[in-house]
Design a protein around this ligand. Sequence first.
Ligand code: MAN
Length: 519
Amino acid sequence: MRAPVLVLGLLAVLGCQAVEVKRPRGVSLSNRVFYDEMKPFTCLDGSKVIPFDRVNDDYCDCTDGSDEPGTSACYNGRFHCTNPGYRPMYIPSSRVNDGICDCCDTTDEYNSGVHCQNTCREMGRKEREELEKKAEMAREGMLLKQQYIEDARKGREEKQARLQEMVEKRQSSQAEVDSLRSKKEEAEKPEKEAKEAHKNEWEERREAEKAALEKKQSLEAFTELDQDSDGTLSAEELLSRSELDSDGDGSLSDQEAQDLLAGLQSVDVSTFQESVWPKIKEKYKSKSETPSPPPIEEGADSHPEIQPEEDGDGDGEEGGDDDDDEEEHLDEEHRAPPSKSQGEESEMPPYDDATQQLIDAAQIVRNEFEEASKSLREIEDTIRNLEKEISLDFGSQGEFSYLYGQCYDLTTSEYTYRLCPFNRVTQKPKVGGSETNLGVWSAWAGPENDKFSAMKYDQGTGCWQGPNRSTLVKLYCGKETVVTSTSEPSRCEYLMEFYTPAVCQQPPEIPQQEEHDEL
Ligand code: MAN
């Protein structure tokens, strides 16, 4: 049996002085109390008590491997390297003397013949440098953060004051809008009345003109139809007027002519105007109109033989009786179709001065009202925005408030990602195309004890056959405010890394080399 206890020459620090502490190989200083060479050893899991000389005897007695911390006898043992100059650590005791240097202080390879270099000091130096760099960054970040906190405090006060001011302004602006609305309504009433009166007058005039025109046309028609000029119109006198045909056979029968006269033998001019003319005016063609282009289809279907072939060549027709001058004169007079008088086509004349003055006066008040309403809307928008901003959680000291209203971009090989803190995250293809919403501000999403370490944006554009897009933004301490990476760990679920001084903390003291050493 081998000597049970290997006394290790270890360094202890009292102030800056190293002192040797005896303990079995592979045991940490904190566990040393369990390995008293004067007493039997109790396995650390309490499962067994063995004589002390069976500790590190290269035979595994304890189920937890605690009797063989310095050999590879137990598959589940732990070997402790003190690694002076770097950091202490445990390695599985199965790696002891396996020919591979695991501990930077070389102590795991004490009997394998492998020559290990002690790299602890070098590793410790590198680690301290690294920590120093981080600490420096945290210190610089902290300075900026202090500034942000101070700015946020001032900003919050300003915003509160501005909100207060806007709320008061809204009241007076609302009152102004209300009073201008009344003024507007007051001015619009006479304006409306005057405009309506003007319109009515114009319509009445138009109606009268129309009626007069119609009367004139009907009288002319009567005169023309009353072939024997006896002052009455008989059914017989109508017979030659095939255009008044109602059954579509192309000619006007006795019966049809009588029907037009409502069963009377003949009618005088006033009966004609009252009850016959309204029935025939759409169809009636004055003979004096004949030189004008005929309604080809209608004429061709019914009486092709009596339609004039060319203008002015219809010698056999009734119109041939009139001489050329008279024909031209009549033609001009009857040019407008009876259904569409000149009166109907004309536009409403401009308003008279009194009406125009009322319109102008109303327009001035309308403009004032519109302007006041616009400024009230602007005040309301400002209030809404201020209330929203004030209600946002910008960190325990407002340190994140400087991010509000800002956006930070990161371009990858395919997309430009944009983070607008407390607002939204977007993704835009570099080759062009529209922006995709990767989520709108939802909440702080860090763990309970560090909630300001992550932000959640959700309810973005729907993903085809998937969830709405969302983004988790992880925050890290940095001197600059910058998005350093984006990824899509799961389809349409994005991850962003964002550096900001706002999450920097006072860096911990960097331990000196000796203090580092586990004893
Ligand atoms: C787009 C992008 C991608 C996303 C797919 C899902 O291409 O938003 O990030 O994975 O849509 O279809």
